[in-house]
Design a protein around this ligand. Structure first.
Ligand code: KG4
Ligand code: ZN
Length: 357
């Protein structure tokens, strides 16, 4: 079984073909083509929705052709066509969804509308065949959530951010430190050059607070205060030390929140074994190491997809499509793209009744 996937919800235009491996949960990536629009958006210091939509429109058909070629397959050998149908920048999402629908209409193959977050959430099954249920830390530019993944389409949110997403905090702090865009990788590189990582005192957001929610806007404000105090005299060494302190604070906060979520998750799912990390920020090696340490201490398996499958890509969309297709979950050609599309629509309610975090 082979599925073609399309991803156009933010600033990466991507197409991929994924094949199921036997009856196991895992799969094989036959091709995974990603075109980053970084250079188009860099002058503006962030993603400009209309520029993104136009770039998707310009490049997507060529990328689909390349993905099929690199997979050594033709459209006739594809079993289903999946596209990100939300959440994300609606102009881009519409480009991907319309392309997938057009191909489905012409070939008579099924169309599958994939939630971008479900793509991130299920990647660990594609790469590592992780069994349900597992605990998921989803950390990207727009999201910061802890979820119990109980099955395909079955998610229970344990915590979310009450203000900024963690990737957003990386991007905004990088801007304040003059590191430019995209912030995450540049902050990580800067932190690697630190000589005195303990020099700056930064607050650890939410540490010790009940529940599993996150907050990152205060941390960003603290970075701004330090940057303003240093002013024009800010050196590369200052930036490196501040970036390292920022990593320490984010790491402490994620570890504190995940530790609480692990208790909740284990109480509800004693058979659950894994903490999976997903989303663009999961590409950060410093944070991965902190979470791996926590997992070792709490006897959880730590699963983190390879770096190129953490940031946005279409292999994760093809895989989520394949998982849905296997369960007979296809979508009609009048499916409307969703700019907002939570994984757990009932998330406002208490996460697990009767269990205290
Ligand atoms: O999942 P993703 O590619 O797009 C969204 O769906 O948001 O995540 C992008 C986010 C950006 O905020 C980017 O700065 C962050 O992930 N990111 C990183 C790293 N690589 C990407 N953050 C920290 N360290 C990294 N190495
Ligand atoms: Zn993403």
């Amino acid at each position: 079984m082979k599925v073609l996937g399309i991803e156009t919800s933010c600033d990466e235009t991507a197409a991929a073909v994924v094949e199921a491996t036997g009856s196991a949960a895992s799969g094989t990536v036959l091709s995974n083509v990603v075109l980053s629009q970084l250079d188009d958006h860099a002058p503006y210091g962030g993603v400009v929705p209309e520029i993104a939509a136009r770039a998707h429109l310009q490049h997507l058909d060529g990328l689909v052709r390349r993905a099929l070629e690199e997979a050594g397959t033709g459209l006739e050998d594809i079993d289903a066509i999946a596209a990100t149908a939300g959440p994300g920048l609606i102009g881009g999402v519409m480009v991907g969804v319309m392309t997938a629908k057009a191909m489905a209409a012409v070939t008579g193959k099924p169309f599958i509308a994939v939630n971008h977050l479900e793509g991130h959430a299920l990647t660990a099954r594609l790469t590592d065949g992780v069994a349900f249920p597992y605990l998921l830390l989803l950390v990207s530019g727009g999201h910061c959530q802890l979820l119990a993944v109980e099955g395909v389409g079955r998610y229970r949110r344990l915590g979310t951010t009450i203000d900024d997403a963690v990737g957003e905090a990386f991007d905004k702090s990088a801007k304040l430190l003059g590191l430019g865009y995209p912030g995450g990788p540049r902050m990580e590189q800067a932190a690697g050059r630190a000589t005195d990582p303990g020099r700056f005192e930064l607050p650890v957001p939410m540490k010790g607070k009940p529940g599993c929610d996150f907050s990152f806007s205060g941390l960003k404000t603290a970075v701004r205060r330090h940057a303003e105090l240093l002013g024009k005299a800010m050196t590369d060494a200052d930036v490196a030390d501040l970036a390292a302190s920022f990593h320490r604070a984010v790491g402490d906060s994620l570890v504190d929140r995940c530790n609480r979520a692990m208790k909740l998750f284990r109480a509800e799912h004693p058979e659950g074994r894994a903490l999976v990390v997903a989303g663009g920020v999961a590409a950060n090696k410093v944070l991965r190491a902190r979470l791996a340490e926590l997992c070792a201490a709490r006897r959880f398996d730590f699963v983190a997809p390879p770096l190129q499958l953490c940031t946005d890509n279409a292999a994760m969309i093809a895989w989520a499509g394949l998982e849905r297709f296997r369960l007979g979950l296809t979508d009609p050609l009048d499916f409307a793209p969703r700019p907002r599309w939570p994984l757990d629509p009932a998330a406002k309610a208490a996460p697990f009744a009767g269990v205290k975090a």
